[in-house]
Design a protein around this ligand. Sequence first.
Ligand code: G3P
Length: 218
Amino acid sequence: MKFFIDTANLKEIQEAQDLGVLDGVTTNPSLMAKEGISGKNNILKHYKAICAIVDGDVSAEVIATDYEGMIREGEELAELDEKIVVKIPMIKDGVKALRYFSEKGIKTNCTLIFSAGQALLAAKAGASYVSPFIGRLDDISYDGIQLIEQIRTIFDNYGFDTEILAASVRHPIHILKCAEIGADVMTGPLSAITALLKHPLTDLGLEKFLADYAKTNK
Ligand code: G3P
């Protein structure tokens, strides 16, 4: 399973990259706003800065919600760097835009997926990735993990190339469940990734090893 980090924070992206487990980055307009990035030029500059750090796909989301606008913005984003994946919302014009970009060989990530039907439609339109938001489903008492399972079954039944990018991942158990099911990618915060390395027995064990070494190596 590929590990993407879901942030526009350059420091966190660098930290994940330095850890040696990072396969890509996902951003969205809220994450860009959180970093105080505004204005078209600054936004484009920031995407380029992210691409300079990471060795892999970088999702950049269009703001337009009409077909022509999405095409215009998506083409401009794709020209920034070959790592850019154009992120398109799951709406009617978005589905048409997915088909357009797929035919042009530009990678896409269909975002705001909350049902298997939406994922199937995006895959048929040629999306490179679909992003089911598992945390936001859990938030309203739907089972986000079950949705990943359902999409996995459908994509495997028909051999779709579209990758399942489990998004809105909030904690390490989400990551493990996605890995068990066979999500192709998960995107989450740095805290969820680094939480994977923690275990109290590891800390206790290391403490004892070092104490025993110190006793005999004075
Ligand atoms: O990038 C989209 C998704 O990962 C958002 O996550 O935590 O805002 O639901 P969250």
